[in-house]
Structure formats: structure tokens, C-alpha cells
Design a protein around this ligand. Structure first.
Ligand SMILES: [Fe+2]
Ligand SMILES: [Fe+2]
Length: 342
């Protein structure tokens, strides 16, 4: 494309209309008051993982197996939390292109920033337990660590597939569809982090989970406020897309919140056995990952909450037989439909 611009300012008094969508809103329309409150909390509650009480953390009190198991969990979380900043940054750009309410733009900035904070927490935790800056080039100390690293490589591979899908999907969906996809991640995330905060014995992790849970609660509030604003006038033709997104979100997020379904996740056969083994070892070390039944119950409750929200607007909920939820059968979920994020 040539950078040449044909000058017109000497030919006419006023410039022509700028074609839309255009990223430059030059206006600050007010939005829902609820979002102003959330934004104010986000400003107040911003935190820095580097400033947690790391001096109280002594990795030497754990065995190498325990350290590798805990490091694995933070790595698993970062597969989601490290994709969240670019995912929300893309949605943030969209709020400008759409000339969204000023407070909506600010709220999306706060989510992007929070997710980056969560990613930093993953980085610091991995570094602290493994004494190495990243899980991929880390030299495993134990046989379990070796198998976990194979798991990590497969998670990383699948995460890459997700990002390609997201880039492809996002321009085709408007924010109203994105909200419902985001909401499910936020509901589930808020639950799991509050639970882990209550039960982890390591003070630095406890404090991090408490703050991450609080952030996720705010993200949930943002999605809810936007749905309340937009869904009453949502066209019925969009319902099917949302239903499908929820099912896609279930499949994607199950890897961290429950167990990875083969319908989306391309993983070797020994993957889940190795992960369960590591989770058990982490639990015995006071790192309170919910067990299979607890995860299933959390996930089911999160899904039912979301269903309650969608029911209000008459949007059909997909069947999630894995956690005992009946609903509309969605079978054709394909990789390019995946938008949800943590
Ligand atoms: Fe997060
Ligand atoms: Fe979040």
C-alpha cells in the first residue's frame, strides 16, 4: 500500500466522514453505573505479584517431586493465563473500533491488565519452585518431572492451536457474543481460586489466589453488566451462536477446571494419568488442587450459574452431559469456534 495521501483540505471546508468501523472514537459516551463501580475497584485492587511475601517461601521444604508437581500446575494455569492478555487486548481494541462506552473501554483495559498480573504470578511461581525461568527448557529432576514435561509440551501445542482459532474467530463475533464466552471462564475461575485460597497452606500462594479470585469476580461483574445492557435487545438469530460458544468454552476450559475432553484436546493417552498423579502429590504438599469430584461439582455449579443468566434472556443452554447438565445437543463444535478464555 502506498503511503501517498491526496491532499483535500484546500478543496473543501470540512473533511468527509471517516469510514466506520474506525478505531478512533473521539468521544466518551457514559456507560452503566455498575461498570464505573467495578472500574473504581479495579484501580484500587491492582496488585503486583513481585511484591508478595516471597521471602516466606522456602522451596527447600518440598521434595523435588512436589516442586515439579506444583510447578506443573502453575504451568497448566499459565497455558490459559498467558493467552488471556492478548485475548483481552484484542477485545479491548474491538471496544475502540465499536466506539463502546468509555467505561466499557476502561473495564476491558483493566481485565487485560489483571490477566497480565495473573500471568506474572505464574511466571514467578514457576521460577520459585523449579528454580528455572520456564517449564519448557527446565531440566526435570525426577522421573515424574520428565513425564510432566511431556504433558507441558502437549499443553503448549494445544494452546497454540487455540490462539490460531481465536485470531480467526474474533473478527467474526461481536462483543455481545464474546461476553457470554468470557463470562463462563470468569465464573469458573472465581470459584476455583477462592477455593484454593481457602485451602492452600503456603502463604504466598494463598494470598495470590485470594487476589486472583477477587480479580476474576470483577471480570465476572463486567460481563454480567454488559449482558444486562445488551441481551434484552439481542437478536434471536444470535442465540444459536452463543449456545455453541458455551459448549466450545466448556471443552476448552475443562483442561484446567476439570479434565481435558478428547473432543477438543489432542493429548497422548498417558496425559491424564500423569496429571492426576502430580495433582495428588501437590495436594499432599498442601497445594490444594480440587480433586476429580470437587472439580466436577465446581464446574457443574459454574455452568448452572451461567445457565441461569442465559435463561433470563431465553438463550438455549448446550447439553453438558459430562457434568450432568441437559440441554441443547451441540455436536459440531470445531476448533475455529473457540473463543472463551480464563
Ligand atoms: Fe485470570
Ligand atoms: Fe479473568
Amino acid at each position: 500500500m502506498s503511503a501517498h495521501h491526496e491532499k483535500i483540505a484546500h478543496l473543501q471546508e470540512y473533511p468527509p466522514q471517516t469510514p466506520q468501523p474506525n478505531i478512533y472514537p473521539l468521544g466518551w459516551p457514559a456507560g452503566p453505573g455498575k461498570l464505573e463501580e467495578i472500574w473504581a475497584s479495579a484501580q484500587k485492587e491492582l496488585w503486583d505479584p513481585a511484591k508478595l511475601a516471597w521471602t516466606t517461601f522456602n522451596p527447600a521444604k518440598y521434595t523435588w517431586e512436589q516442586r515439579e508437581a506444583i510447578g506443573y500446575w502453575w504451568t497448566l494455569l499459565s497455558v490459559f493465563d498467558a493467552s488471556a492478555p492478548p485475548v483481552f487486548a484484542t477485545a479491548f481494541v474491538k471496544t475502540y473500533e465499536n466506539h463502546e462506552d468509555d467505561v466499557v473501554r476502561r473495564c476491558f483495559l483493566s481485565v487485560t491488565r489483571d490477566e497480565q498480573v495473573h500471568e506474572q504470578m505464574c511466571r514467578l511461581s514457576v521460577a520459585a519452585v523449579l528454580e528455572h525461568e520456564d517449564p519448557l527448557t527446565y531440566q526435570p529432576r525426577t522421573e515424574l518431572g520428565l513425564r510432566l514435561q511431556k504433558n507441558v509440551r502437549w499443553l503448549f501445542y494445544n494452546g497454540g492451536r487455540y490462539w490460531e482459532a481465536y485470531k480467526h474467530a474474533v473478527p467474526n463475533y461481536d462483543l455481545a457474543v464474546l461476553f457470554s464466552s468470557f463470562l463462563m471462564g470468569e465464573i469458573a475461575a472465581a470459584t476455583i481460586f477462592h477455593q484454593m485460597a481457602a485451602r492452600c497452606t503456603e502463604p504466598v500462594f494463598q494470598e495470590a489466589f485470594r487476589r486472583i479470585g477477587r480479580d476474576e469476580g470483577r471480570h465476572m461483574g463486567i460481563c454480567m453488566a454488559l449482558m444486562e445492557r445488551d441481551y434484552p435487545r439481542l437478536d434471536v438469530s444470535r442465540h444459536a451462536l452463543i449456545t455453541k460458544q458455551i459448549r466450545a468454552g466448556y471443552l476448552f476450559l475443562s483442561a484446567v477446571l476439570f479434565e481435558p475432553p478428547a473432543e477438543f484436546w489432542d493429548l497422548p493417552e498417558d496425559f491424564i494419568g500423569t496429571q492426576r498423579e502430580a495433582e495428588q502429590i501437590a495436594r499432599q504438599a498442601g497445594f490444594a488442587i480440587p480433586d476429580y469430584e470437587e472439580k466436577r461439582e465446581n464446574w457443574r455449579r459454574a455452568m448452572l450459574n451461567l445457565k441461569g443468566v442465559l435463561d433470563r434472556y431465553g438463550i438455549p443452554f448446550p447439553a453438558i452431559p459430562e457434568v450432568g447438565i441437559t440441554g441443547e445437543e451441540v455436536t459440531d463444535v470445531d476448533l475455529k469456534d473457540v473463543v472463551p478464555v480464563f
